[in-house]
Structures are given as structure tokens and as C-alpha cells.
Design a protein around this ligand. Structure first.
Ligand SMILES: C[S@@+](CC[C@H](N)C(=O)[O-])C[C@H]1O[C@@H](n2cnc3c(N)ncnc32)[C@H](O)[C@@H]1O
Length: 322
């Protein structure tokens, strides 16, 4: 980070007051454990630790640069903080490594961090020319350029439909396959040019043509949906009675999965015509949010990254014996 100002001034976490208010009731006991599954630059984590002096943090992030920045930002909290360079899909395994059983609160702030978006050379942004990388963990896995070189036309089309909800998916897939026969597509700029040229004139004013394709590539490169589908059930399982799980999602596929999972956990499994609900069919969680909460208008105006956020939260109200 080249900016010499205090990181607390330059980075404002999304809906931070609401996140703290939702997590705080679960973090009052001495040594209550708060897992931040997406530590990023530690903005939410700092606010939670400040507001809950008895809590200690276990913070995961797959990006070693994020871990380094968060570790520095959270230094003032001393041994209340443990940062772990790990993917959140290994939620239970990593807690086992730390000999932690149940936890009191878990927070997921999904997607890429502003740090990752702002670092042009990481290839997440269609606004700046850079190598087409898009890996959150830069030491392993395939890059977006690899995907564009290797996927067939129909695999590219399905990817853009599925993870980008891109209506022009067939056109863009065709254009990419034609272009790569001339030269490998290795930079964000080259991809943007191909997409722009393939966009019909009538659609050129309907937002940036690369937006949804970039989103789809990023989700696939980082296995983002698979990771969430694996991690959220693990987090719910490890949450103790009275514990809370809060999720901020920024795109509809992720939010749909969170909504469905929370609905399953908060509804009784008893057939509707039973006159009473037996204890073992009572839901184990209750919803703390009605529908998805969005950022207040004033926040969304100041911070465009807050605009698409959908926040959902649950609290454990029952725990069946293991
Ligand atoms: C939106 S940012 C979090 C920002 C953070 N709440 C803050 O206040 O600074 C999301 C973070 O999650 C991380 N991340 C994404 N997928 C992950 C995964 N499967 N496992 C661990 N970390 C992941 C990213 O590297 C990124 O740093």
C-alpha cells in the first residue's frame, strides 16, 4: 500500500455499524470467539474488536497481502488477534488445527476487497490494462488468461451465462474464440477490446460491456460459489447456542445461496399438517434480518462498492446433541 495515511481513514468497511450491531450480542462473554472468514484489510474486524472488548478474533483470508495489511491494522489488539492464511472452505479443519470447537460469531464479507480491485496489476478491473490474472491467492491456481485459452466456445458461453448473467454470452464466447486464433488473450485491455467490438451498437450504452464477463471469470478463477457452498454450512455447524452468523453478498448467485441456506435452517422440518412441532423438528436458527438488508442511501452514495450489498444474518436458538 503506497498511501501513507492511516488505513482507517482510507478504507471504510461496508455497513460496518450494522455488522457490529448484529454481532455484538454474541460477543459479550470473556474470550468469546469471532471468526472473520474474509478478513481483507481488517476493517470490520477492527470495528468488532473495538466494540466487543471481551472478544478475540480468528481471521482467515486466502490473500497473503490482505493478511499482512490486516495484521498490521489489528496490531493494537495484541494477542486477541490470530490471522490465518487460509481459504474459508477449510473452516472446520482450520478451527480443529487451532483446537477451537464452537465459535460465537462468524462474518463473511464476500468477493474481492478494494485492495484487490485497486491494484491494477492483479487484473480484476476492466478499467485498467493489466495481465489477466484475477487470482485472489497469487501463488496457486489457474488465471483468467488460462481460462480464456482453454475453455471451449460453449464452456465460455455457459460460464458467462451462469456466473455473469450475461445476455450476450454466445456472442462474446464466439468473439473470444475467434480472437484467440490470432493471438493469446493475455491482458484485461485485450479482452475489453474484444468484448467492445462484439457488442452491438444498440447495446453499447447499457453499462460497461466487460462488467459481467469479468465477474464470471473472477468467480470461476477463485471457485467463489463452490467455496461459499462448502463454508457456510460448516460455519453454521460450529456456531454455539446464542451465536450469530452474518453474511454480506455482492452478487445475486451468492445472495441466493445464502437466502436458501438461512431459510432451510430457520424453518421447521415438520410436515405442515402436524398439530404441534416435536422438539427434534424445531429450527435451530432464527433470522435476524427481514429479507436482505441494503446499505443506507447515504453510504451507497459515498461508497459505490456498498451499492450492491445484501446483508443477511441468523442466530442459533437450539442445538441438538451431537
Ligand atoms: C470484501 S473483502 C473483505 C473486506 C473486509 N471485510 C474488510 O473490512 O477489510 C473479501 C476478502 O475475502 C477474501 N476471500 C475471498 N474468497 C475467500 C476464500 N474462499 N477464503 C478466504 N478468503 C477469501 C478475499 O481475498 C478478500 O480479501
Amino acid at each position: 500500500m503506497t498511501d501513507s495515511r492511516d488505513i482507517n481513514e482510507i478504507h471504510t468497511p461496508v455497513m460496518v455499524d450494522r455488522v457490529v450491531a448484529l454481532l455484538r450480542p454474541a460477543l459479550q462473554a470473556k474470550d468469546a470467539i469471532y471468526v472473520d472468514a474474509t478478513l481483507g484489510m481488517g476493517g470490520h474486524a477492527a470495528a468488532v474488536l473495538r466494540s466487543c472488548p471481551n472478544a478475540r478474533l480468528i481471521g482467515f483470508d486466502r490473500d497473503s497481502e490482505a493478511i499482512a495489511i490486516a495484521t498490521e491494522r489489528l496490531r493494537e489488539f495484541g494477542d486477541r488477534v490470530q490471522t490465518v492464511h487460509a481459504v474459508y472452505d477449510e473452516f472446520e479443519e482450520r478451527l480443529d488445527d487451532l483446537e477451537v470447537g464452537e465459535v460465537d460469531a462468524v462474518f463473511f464479507d464476500l468477493g474481492v476487497s478494494s485492495l484487490q480491485l485497486d491494484e491494477a496489476e492483479r487484473g480484476f478491473s476492466y478499467m485498467q490494462d493489466a495481465p489477466l490474472d484475477m487470482r485472489m491467492n497469487r501463488v496457486e491456481g489457474i488465471t483468467a488468461a488460462d481460462l480464456l485459452a482453454e475453455l471451449s466456445e460453449h464452456e465460455l458461453r455457459d460460464l458467462f451465462y451462469r456466473y455473469g448473467d450475461e445476455k450476450l454470452a454466445p456472442r462474446y464466447a464466439r468473439a473470444i474464440v475467434a480472437a484467440r486464433q490470432q493471438a493469446n488473450i493475455e491482458t484485461t485491455g485485450a479482452l475489453v477490446d474484444i468484448l467492445q467490438a462484439a457488442t452491438p451498437a444498440a447495446k453499447r450504452n447499457a453499462g460497461h460491456p466487460a462488467k459481467r464477463v469479468f465477474q464470471a471469470l473472477r468467480i470461476r478463477v477463485n471457485g467463489e460459489l463452490d467455496a461459499l457452498e462448502s463454508a457456510l454450512p460448516q460455519a453454521l455447524k460450529r456456531t454455539r447456542l446464542g451465536g450469530r452468523v452474518v453474511v454480506e453478498a455482492y452478487q445475486s448467485l451468492e445472495d441466493r445461496f445464502v437466502k436458501r441456506t438461512f431459510a432451510e435452517e430457520t424453518e421447521s422440518s415438520a410436515p405442515r399438517d402436524l398439530p404441534f412441532i416435536p422438539e427434534n423438528m424445531q429450527p435451530e436458527f432464527q433470522l435476524l434480518t427481514r429479507g436482505a438488508e441494503q446499505a443506507p442511501a447515504a453510504e451507497a452514495e459515498l461508497n459505490p462498492r456498498a451499492k450492491p450489498v445484501r446483508l443477511r444474518a441468523v442466530e442459533r436458538i437450539r442445538k441438538s446433541p451431537a
